[in-house]
Structure formats: structure tokens, C-alpha cells
Write a protein that binds this ligand. Structure first.
Ligand code: SF4
Length: 246
């Protein structure tokens, strides 16, 4: 029970987390300094529950932390061995579905997919890689779109819609053929209304949308997840302008 003087709280792995009415478990936990593993959540965008990495156990039932509202007295399990094991499997699947060559990727050390994989203790892909054929779109004057690295998190889709009012991106196709689509007559980024000042230009958690001519401006070894693991990275750094660091 709460009184007007006492904020409503839930417990996250045994630690008390206060929350405000309407907040999700992800919002409250993040604000309290806890890391709930995720790929498709961003504090300035509406939730989508696409990646399922933030699945937690809420009073014995599993649900996405980014879409489940916090409630007084909830008992939430986050970094349990079982949940982290499932997260590791999800990450391994993402790595084999795309073409993620970390040692040669300019996003290495600044990539949320890579950082969450390290966080979950992932040492290898476990399955044989698909090595799909995917295009690199270099048609835009200042930005790259490399679909080899796209994990279909929809962050650029939501950012373009919610923040930029443009709907430059969408998800198309079915099953194994699901892919990112660009809204332009040619389907190329250079023929769309996309601009490097768009919010959507800064939210990609991997190296699929990157600025040109700044590839290794920050040396490997000095990037944000080189400095600290993702669970020890403050939210303001975690979601504060990815394109400044690669
Ligand atoms: S391009 Fe990046 S932000 Fe957009 S869906 Fe793919 S991974 Fe997510």
C-alpha cells in the first residue's frame, strides 16, 4: 500500500524501484539506473516490443519491459540466468541472420548489438551463418545505408514517423524476406527526403545507418562500450547521439 508521501514501487531483481503512474518497467528501471537489456527501445520514442530482448518476468509471467506498465508491488526478474540465456539465444540468431563482421565494422565498440552480446557472455554464433545477400545503399550524399547490418529493430521507422514526420523507412516483405524499405521512387535513400539532421539518422543501434566520411573518427578502443560494458553505461550516453562516436 502507498500513501501520498510514498511513491509506488516495484522490485527489480530484489531492488526497490520507484515509478510514476503510466511509466513502463523499462522507463522506471532505466531512470533508477538499472540496465534492462534491449535493442529496439529508445527513451524518446514509443515502444514497439520488436526485439524481445527486454523480456522480464513480472509476477511469474513473462512480458516485454518496454511495453509492460509498472504497478505497485510488482516483483520483476530481469538478469536471471534463464532470461539472460534466452537473450543470448536471441542475439545469436540475430548474428547468424545478418552479416555482422565486427572486426571490420566501423561501428565496433559503439554497437548496441555487439555490446549486448558481450553483456550476455556470447562467445560465438552457435549456428551456421546465413550470409544473406543484402545491398549497400550509398546513393545519399552524406549517409550510408548498409542492410547487411540491419536487425529490423524499427527504430529508424519510428524515429522518421514520430520525430521527423517523414516516414522515410518501413518494414516490407514476409518471413525470411522481411527487410527495410525506403520510401522513394527508386527505393534508394538518395532519392528520399532523408536528411543527416533527421532524428532517424542518429538512432540505429548497429552500423546500418551511418554518416559518410567519418568512419573511424574515434579510434577503436576509445568508444563508449570500450570504456564500460553496456550495463554500466549511463542512459544519456547509451542513447545520446550514436553518430558522434564512430
Ligand atoms: S536500419 Fe538500423 S534502426 Fe533501422 S531497422 Fe535496421 S537496425 Fe533498426
Amino acid at each position: 500500500m502507498t500513501t501520498p508521501q510514498q511513491p509506488a514501487t516495484f522490485t527489480l531483481d530484489g531492488q526497490t524501484v520507484p515509478f510514476e503512474p503510466g511509466q513502463t518497467i523499462m522507463e522506471a528501471a532505466t531512470r533508477a539506473g538499472h540496465h534492462v537489456p534491449h535493442l529496439c527501445w529508445h527513451p524518446e520514442l514509443g515502444p514497439s516490443g520488436a526485439c524481445r530482448l527486454c523480456t522480464v518476468e513480472v509476477d511469474g509471467r513473462q512480458g516485454a519491459a518496454c511495453t509492460t506498465r509498472a504497478a505497485d508491488g510488482q516483483v520483476v526478474g530481469n538478469r536471471t540466468p534463464e532470461l539472460d540465456g534466452r537473450r543470448r539465444l536471441l542475439l545469436q540468431m540475430l548474428f547468424v541472420e545478418g552479416n555482422h563482421f565486427c572486426p571490420s565494422c566501423e561501428k565496433s565498440g559503439d554497437c548496441l548489438l555487439q555490446a549486448e552480446a558481450y553483456e550476455m557472455g556470447m562467445h560465438g554464433p552457435q549456428w551456421e551463418e546465413f550470409y544473406p545477400h543484402r545491398p549497400v545503399d550509398a546513393s545519399h550524399p552524406t549517409m550510408w545505408l548498409d542492410l547487411n547490418r540491419c536487425i529490423l529493430c524499427k527504430l529508424c521507422v519510428r524515429a522518421s514517423h514520430e520525430k521527423d514526420g517523414k516516414d522515410v523507412f518501413a518494414i516490407g516483405g514476409h518471413g525470411i524476406g522481411v527487410h527495410l524499405v525506403v520510401d522513394s521512387p527508386s527505393g534508394r535513400l538518395g532519392d528520399s527526403s532523408f536528411a543527416d539532421t533527421d532524428f532517424a539518422a542518429r538512432v540505429c543501434p548497429v552500423g546500418a545507418i551511418l554518416p559518410k566520411r567519418r568512419g573511424f573518427a574515434v579510434p577503436i578502443g576509445e568508444r563508449r562500450f570500450d570504456a564500460a560494458p553496456v550495463s554500466a553505461t549511463p542512459t544519456a550516453v547509451l542513447h545520446g547521439g550514436d553518430d558522434d562516436r564512430s
